[in-house]
Design a protein. Structure first.
Length: 81
């Protein structure tokens, strides 16, 4: 589930052409940590994911029931605003 969220965040960052250093400044998460997260070398907390999502215009929405029932959609990133 976390990996899918990270991929969605990375895809959106690239889509809107936001450099990693800009995301770092806007989110307060170090550029090295963002790189490690995007490359699968670090597992982010929900708090870190939320910090990264906000500058991208996304919101982390996790359905706990779906995490218990594997057939359900467990995470989505709806647009904010």
């Amino acid at each position: 589930m976390i990996r899918e969220i990270v991929e969605q965040l990375k895809t959106e960052r690239i889509k809107i052409k936001m450099p990693m250093d800009v995301l770092s400044q806007l989110s307060g998460v170090s550029q090295k940590h963002i790189s490690n997260i995007e490359n699968g070398k670090a597992v982010p907390t929900i708090d870190t994911l939320s910090k990264l999502a906000e500058p991208l215009g996304l919101k982390i929405n996790i359905d706990v029931i779906a995490a218990i029932i594997p057939d359900q959609q467990a995470a989505t990133l709806p647009r904010t605003g």
